[in-house]
Structures are given as structure tokens and as C-alpha cells.
Design a protein around this ligand. Structure first.
Ligand code: GAR
Length: 198
């Protein structure tokens, strides 16, 4: 049976577009919802242009009330009934209570070769460490941040003149190749990691 996919974003949504466009033909999944915690996220308009239902749940009015924000998130997701949730540049930390509800069904893309550089500023940290390789990881979301089982990685060489911006720009197309490849496998019930080396 076709799997229902909800995609959570906070910004431009380029990974969301790559995922959504991949879900056609004999793909085992289809997008059913794009949800943003930022009502102004540019990705929302891109999702509407792709005829995907959208929803914004602004986290700001909730202040420090993470449970309240996540209850709203949960209610919307329960209505959309996704089989799989893809975090795609979703920049809110989720509580263990929330991740437990979706464990085994929620994926995230992170711009580093995990377990290196969990959290923010991954490109700067890779350069500061003198890494010769950098990349991105798709993993299952568990209670600990950027820590769940790895479902795929794309790796590229770091150049001598790279800056955080050039690394980010070269990595994004790799993210767009990796995440759809992982989602297709995952939706078919296969958790074998996808490894891309560019
Ligand atoms: C991507 O580079 C993604 O890996 C990163 O945010 C960007 C979103 O871009 N995610 C994280 O940093 C999560 N911790 P997009 O909105 O164009 O897909």
C-alpha cells in the first residue's frame, strides 16, 4: 500500500521539493502534508505550487511551552495520518516524548557526516577541524539530537579554498540526491544504508 509522507520544514524547503518530486510513478510513497513552524517559510509556497496540502504552526506564541507546540504538531499530524515523517531543514528540537510517538517512522537530514558535528554550524566545524571529507547524513530520529540509526550518507572532498558557504552550496545537491534515495528504500521497508561518494 502507498505510504503517506509528511514533510516538516522551517525554511527554503529545497530538500522538501527534492523529496516531493521524487514521489511519483512507481515510488512507494506520496506526500500528504508539508508543515512548517514558520508561517513565512519560503518552502510553504513551493509545496502549494506542487499541490501538496500545507500547514503552518508558529512556534513563537508557545514561547517555552514546547509541550503545547508539540501537542498542536501532533494533532495536525494525526489528522494527516502519515506513515513516515521527513524532517527537512526543520529547525526545532523535538522532545523525547514527541520523538517516541514517531520512532521508527521519522527521518531527518543533517549536514554532516554523523556522528561528527551534531547540532549547528556543521560546515564551520568541519573546516576548523581540518577535515578532508564532509557530507550529509539521513538518520532515524530518536530522543537524542542527531543520533538515531544511520540510513544513508553522501560524502564529498573538502577543497583547500572552501569556506562554510562553499561547502554548504556544494553539499545541498548531494542532500537532494541522498534524501530521496533513502526515502524510497525506507518506504519499501528496506533500512540498508544508502552510501553516495562524490
Ligand atoms: C539543509 O542543509 C539541511 O541539511 C539542514 O538545513 C538545510 C535546509 O535546507 N538541516 C539541519 O541543519 C538540521 N539540523 P532546505 O530548507 O533548503 O531543505
Amino acid at each position: 500500500m502507498t505510504k503517506r509522507v509528511a514533510i516538516l520544514i522551517s525554511g527554503g524547503g529545497s530538500n522538501m521539493v527534492a523529496l516531493a518530486q521524487s514521489m511519483c510513478g512507481d515510488h512507494p510513497a506520496r506526500p500528504v502534508l508539508v508543515l512548517s513552524n514558520d508561517p513565512l517559510a519560503a518552502g510553504l509556497a513551493k509545496a502549494r505550487a506542487l499541490n501538496i496540502p500545507t500547514c503552518a504552526i508558529d512556534h513563537k506564541p508557545y514561547g517555552k511551552d514546547r509541550a503545547g507546540f508539540e501537542a498542536a504538531l501532533q494533532q495536525t499530524l494525526e489528522t494527516a495520518q502519515p506513515d513516515i515523517i521527513c524532517l527537512a531543514g526543520f529547525m526545532r528540537i523535538l522532545t523525547p516524548e514527541f520523538t517516541a510517538k514517531w520512532e521508527g517512522r521519522m527521518l531527518n537530514i543533517h549536514p554532516s557526516l554523523l556522528p561528527k558535528y551534531k547540532g549547528l554550524h556543521t560546515h564551520t566545524r568541519a573546516l576548523e577541524a581540518g577535515d578532508t571529507a564532509h557530507g550529509c547524513t539521513v538518520h532515524e530520529v530518536t530522543a537524542a539530537l542527531d543520533d538515531g540509526p544511520i540510513l544513508g550518507q553522501a560524502r564529498m572532498k573538502v577543497r583547500a579554498d572552501d569556506t562554510p558557504d562553499t561547502l554548504a552550496a556544494r553539499l545541498l545537491p548531494l542532500e537532494h540526491a541522498l534524501y530521496p534515495a533513502v526515502l524510497r528504500r525506507f518506504a519499501a521497508g528496506d533500512r540498508t544504508p544508502v552510501m553516495l561518494d562524490r
